[in-house]
Design a protein around this ligand. Structure first.
Ligand SMILES: *[C@@H]1O[C@H](CO)[C@@H](O)[C@H](O)[C@H]1NC(C)=O
Ligand SMILES: *[C@@H]1O[C@H](CO)[C@@H](O)[C@H](O)[C@H]1NC(C)=O
Ligand SMILES: *[C@@H]1O[C@H](CO)[C@@H](O)[C@H](O)[C@H]1NC(C)=O
Length: 651
């Protein structure tokens, strides 16, 4: 039934640019939700063995030796606005939060904590959106029939993407608060926009109460330019209608004394049918200026809907692959929003990409999970940063999508399988380090190598000085003939040496086992969210007499050059804790837990150490006991994936 509906609507509406997450047991089951999903699991994306052919090196080849001259002392022009280390974050489909974040506030996914902690260590904090199509019909309830924190109803869904209706309890938001306390995650959520006569503002009420400053945005309307096509609004639904409804929402929030902060809204979250200008022209961003936290859009460069639904334009990952392996890929997406980041600046708002990834409708096997996608994710994100977007959120969909930055195993396999880390997560690590934790990073597209599309480069500035250089080589060439050497010179003089971290794989077509500075998250189902291997930071001596540092970038590969020691340490505050999980066999063993109420008021890892030490519940721990000693005792339950949350020693 749903599938037919999906077919016809997709076909007639041409969702090529839409951000679609499809649901329904017959298409892409959200992972771990039903036994049927489990049974069908060997068909899931994480098991897919597709390997594409890397495109041949371009002919003529780009020069393999070129100069990069970095201006200093405020002389550089064309720098972006100041960017935060949390620039690259994630968008997690609301319906899969209980698989990705944790079951409830007492059972957090330890790999997720680790993945966030890695990024916080590099960029200072992390931004995550919980939303997507499923945010529109979500309803916060006091309790669910079977006691779960989140339940979905396929049968009751009336929407063409077969998106389930959701009910959830405040446990979801409490869980998010605990994750924030542990790993400095800031959240975007979405206010349901499906019924503008009877607003359901509980997400805003409970979200603000429980998350406090960790709630940084409330999307209002998810792709409103697709509402009429999806049958959620009349055919005549226009930008002005959206603006009017947004106004009704503001009225309702103003009348709600349980929503102290009225200034968190994000719109218009367009899929691409309307242009941002269509919405600006209604006065949206000026009339509602004081209620807006940001202006946002959603965009995927292409789609693979034909493979999923048999409709639309057939595309093969192999044919599409070259279009991702170029500097132009990121520019093409920026070019879809001419003037929009500047307009956002003019009205004093950040402009954010609230949902994106390689391709909607699940991505392409062999492409979305390839090393090429990691290089694409880096160049695309840095291009957005250079172009004055303020944030980019890469989508995490269901078990059957190929583009996930990270994927937990389906629930009944979590006793013996760990998480699968995808290429976009490597992009996230790299971008967090490239921008660092200063929150004053400014990005410059160097038009490197004569603007060659295969060898892009960026400089990252802080306070007028270049601090890091990001260099990509999109070409795959095992002969070594396509490796290039960038000769970096700096106004004044180069340092005696620079430090370099490489992101490496043998080919852009390789899936899994990439290395970032020598460390990896391995193959499918092997990661607890911590990088494995010895950190390898290369030291490259510079020629101060000739003011040049020669940095080689293999084909394929990416190099992050740290021009100062401070630039390196800002990108690696290595004291940040991670969370071990080594527990599959010890399900009934001792379990350390973390008291949620203590976490809610704690402040990062220091606070957690104090919290662990301070509790009077269960076994008292010495305050001298460092976090490193405490955390290894955290025993995960439910398959080594979950951390139990009460700071008592339980049996
Ligand atoms: C997971 O559950 C499905 C459905 O009950 C079952 O067929 C499958 O064998 C289970 N897998 C494991 C590893 O237990
Ligand atoms: C969390 O889920 C577990 C497993 O279903 C359950 O035992 C526990 O009571 C739940 N905790 C809360 C606070 O709901
Ligand atoms: C980004 O914004 C800055 C500050 O307004 C501006 O100087 C720069 O030209 C903008 N960059 C682009 C690519 O538009």
């Amino acid at each position: 039934m749903h599938l037919l509906l999906v077919h016809s609507l997709f076909f007639s509406f041409g969702l090529a640019r839409a951000a679609v997450t499809a649901y329904g047991p017959h298409v892409q089951s959200p992972f771990g939700t039903t036994t049927a999903a489990s049974a069908a699991y060997t068909g899931a994306a994480s098991y897919d063995q597709t390997i594409l052919n890397a495109p041949a090196p371009p002919n003529p080849p780009p020069p393999t030796q070129f100069n990069i001259e970095l201006q200093t002392g405020g002389d550089a022009s064309g720098l972006s606005i100041q960017q935060e280390g949390s620039f690259l974050g994630f968008s997690i489909e609301f319906s899969v939060t209980t698989q990705v974040l944790g079951l409830n506030s007492s059972l957090l996914q330890v790999p997720f904590l680790n993945l966030m902690a890695n990024l916080r260590q590099r960029g200072g904090s992390v931004k995550v959106r919980v939303g997507g199509n499923t945010q529109e019909t979500a309803t916060l309830v006091a309790s669910t029939p079977d006691g779960a924190a989140l339940e979905k109803y396929y049968g009751g869904s009336s929407n063409p993407t077969a998106t389930p209706s959701l009910v959830f309890t405040s446990e979801i938001i409490k869980m998010m608060a605990e994750i924030s306390a542990l790993t400095e995650v800031y959240w975007y959520m979405g206010v349901p926009f499906n019924d503008t006569q009877h607003w359901r503002l509980q997400i805003a009420e409970v979200g603000e109460a429980m998350l406090g400053n960790y709630l940084i945005g409330l999307q209002a309307g998810n792709e409103p330019d697709l509402y009429s096509r999806h049958g959620h609004r009349p055919d005549s639904y226009s930008p002005q209608d959206y603006k009017d409804e947004f106004g009704l929402l503001i009225d309702a929030m103003n009348a709600d004394s349980n929503i102290p902060n009225k200034n968190l809204l994000i719109g218009p979250n367009l899929a691409g049918v309307w242009s941002p200008t269509d919405v600006w022209q209604t006065g949206f961003a000026t009339d509602f200026n004081q209620n807006l936290a940001a202006l946002g859009v959603e965009r995927y460069p292409t789609d693979n809907c034909y493979a999923l639904f048999g409709i639309g334009t057939p595309r093969s990952g192999q044919d599409m692959f070259p279009s991702f392996l170029t500097h132009q890929a990121g520019k093409d997406i920026v070019n879809e929003f001419p003037g929009a980041p500047a307009y956002a600046q003019s009205v004093g708002k950040p402009f954010i990409m609230t949902e994106t990834n390689t391709a909607s409708c699940g991505g392409f096997p062999g492409l979305s999970d390839s090393f090429g996608a990691a290089l694409w994710g880096i160049d695309y994100s840095l291009q957005l940063a250079y172009s004055n977007f303020s944030t980019v959120l890469f989508h995490v969909g269901g078990q059957s999508v190929y583009y996930n930055p990270f994927t937990p195993p389906v629930t009944n396999q979590s006793t013996f399988l760990q998480w699968t880390i995808g290429p976009i997560y490597y992009s996230a690590l790299v971008v967090a380090e490239a921008l660092g934790s200063s929150n004053v990073a400014q990005v410059l597209d160097l038009q490197a190598n004569g603007g060659n599309d295969f060898t892009p480069g960026y400089a990252i500035y802080e306070n007028g000085q270049p601090v890091r250089v990001a260099l990509t080589n999109f070409i795959t060439d095992p002969s070594g003939n396509s490796d290039y050497t960038a000769s970096i010179s700096i106004g004044g003089t180069v340092p005696a040496q620079v430090k370099v971290k490489y992101l490496l794989a043998d080919s852009v077509a390789q899936t899994y086992n990439f290395t970032w500075a020598g460390q990896s998250f391995g193959g499918p189902f092997t990661s607890d969210g911590r990088p494995v291997g010895t950190l390898d930071v290369q030291t490259i001596p510079c020629d101060q007499t000739n003011n040049v540092c020669q940095v080689k970038v293999p084909a394929p590969g990416f190099a992050l050059v740290f021009l100062t020691n401070n630039a390196l340490s800002e990108s690696d505050q290595s004291s940040t804790m991670t969370f071990p999980t080594t527990v599959y066999t010890d399900i009934d063993g001792p379990t350390f837990t973390i008291d949620p109420s203590v976490l809610a008021t704690s402040n990062g890892e220091k606070g957690l150490a104090d919290a662990l030490a301070a509790t009077s519940q269960g076994r008292q721990m010495s305050s001298a006991l460092g976090i490193a000693q405490v955390l290894p005792s955290l025993v995960a339950v439910l398959a080594g994936a979950l951390i139990v949350g009460r700071l008592a020693l339980m049996r």
